[in-house]
Ligand binder design. Structure first.
Ligand SMILES: CC(C)(COP(=O)(O)OP(=O)(O)OC[C@H]1O[C@@H](n2cnc3c(N)ncnc32)[C@H](O)[C@@H]1OP(=O)(O)O)[C@@H](O)C(=O)NCCC(=O)NCCS
Length: 324
């Protein structure tokens, strides 16, 4: 068995890579759509990553991707994804690919790597055997809009917040925008993003208006649509929710950030903005039939909000961190 870097993927090598992904998916579909050959080719030809295959008797039997986000040498963990054909497992091939990827990691000046895996799959004992540790547990949740009882969303929107804003007078209002945040709310939205402490800590970067706009710019660059609904009180954003509708597969939208600023919590603002988002999308993007989200395993409040909206739990996923 040889481990070969895939620096310039040819049609044939891409087809062999796709065959491994297809065999791995067939063995454990985990609810995902099967890998698409055109997506695989586009992915393998994109930058900021290193690729290897494990080949034997003229066949590819395993593949590895080491993503290097932020460009060469960035001070961030890399991301690893290794897939071994089901017929060739427990022969140490995954371990050998990881060793080669670890060399690539060090060559790029990084020392840590993240792997996203599903709980209850061989990936867990595999990564643990290599000394990785679990740093995050995520609950995948899916809302099927066709399963929502008629009138549910309207009832939740009309019910509004359960209490007025703190302090004398005032009410909450809903505002919404597509794409980048309007200038008048840019700083207030950045402030509200601090409410997602887990994300801010993990990425080690503070939220400011520039970063908020950068995130919207990245979504637009991919051709996808970002929708935001916020509950505002005067100039302040008290809570907000974001959904992204992918250009190529608008049937399944992705929930991005949702947060309520601490002093505005306990007023059902989270469920209010999320219900208002569903109402807006129903009119604006009727082709959206599902919304998927990942929630930090400790965030029981957000899980409860989503269950009340009709989301169902999917398989738990985990993030593992390895240091080399
Ligand atoms: C996870 C995966 C990459 C492991 O590949 P592999 O080539 O079978 O792994 P190795 O043979 O190098 O296993 C190394 C050690 O991991 C552990 N391990 C791997 N698979 C295991 C399993 N199914 N059950 C228990 N332990 C397992 C064992 O300790 C094993 O050592 P041993 O065989 O001497 O007991 C493979 O199962 C796979 O492709 N899964 C689907 C894709 C995936 O989830 N990838 C993970 C993303 S990083």
């Amino acid at each position: 068995m040889d481990i070969i870097p895939l620096d310039d993927p040819t049609e044939e090598r891409i087809a062999r890579w796709q065959a491994v992904l297809t065999a791995v998916h067939a063995a454990d579909p985990a609810g995902d759509p099967p890998p698409d050959a055109a997506d695989t080719a586009a992915f393998l030809r994109s930058g900021d990553q290193r690729l290897w295959t494990a080949d034997e008797n003229g066949e590819t039997i395993a593949v590895a991707v080491l993503r290097l986000p932020g460009g060469p040498g960035a001070d961030r963990p890399a991301e690893i994804d290794i897939r071994v054909h089901p017929a060739h497992r427990r022969r140490g091939i995954g371990t050998r690919l990881m060793a080669v990827a670890a060399e690539g990691l060090r060559a790029d000046g990084r020392t840590s790597v993240i792997a996203q895996v599903l709980a209850g799959t061989p990936a867990v004992p595999f990564l643990e055997s290599l000394g990785f540790s679990c740093v995050l547990t995520l609950n995948g949740m899916l809302l099927r809009l066709d399963d929502l009882p008629p009138g549910r969303v309207e009832t939740l929107v009309n019910a509004g917040p359960s209490a007025p804003p703190p302090g004398p007078g005032g009410t909450y209002r809903l505002v919404r925008w597509r794409g980048a945040v309007p200038d008048e709310y840019a700083d207030a939205l950045a402030h509200a993003k601090h409410a997602m402490a887990d994300l801010a800590e993990y990425e080690g970067l503070p939220w400011n208006a520039r970063r908020v706009r950068e995130m919207a710019g990245m979504v637009a660059k991919r051709g996808d649509d970002l929708y935001t609904v916020a509950a505002v009180h005067g100039p302040a954003v008290a809570g907000f929710t974001e959904v992204v509708v992918p250009a190529d597969a608008p049937r399944r939208a992705a929930q991005y950030d949702t947060a309520v600023v601490p002093e505005h919590r306990g007023r059902r603002l989270g469920i209010w903005v999320k219900a208002a988002m569903l109402q807006w999308l129903a009119g604006e993007r009727p082709e959206v039939r599902e919304i998927e989200t990942d929630i930090d395993g400790d965030n029981s409040h957000m899980i409860a909000v989503n269950e009340e909206l009709g989301y169902r739990r999917l398989q738990e996923s985990r993030e593992y961190l390895g240091r080399f």
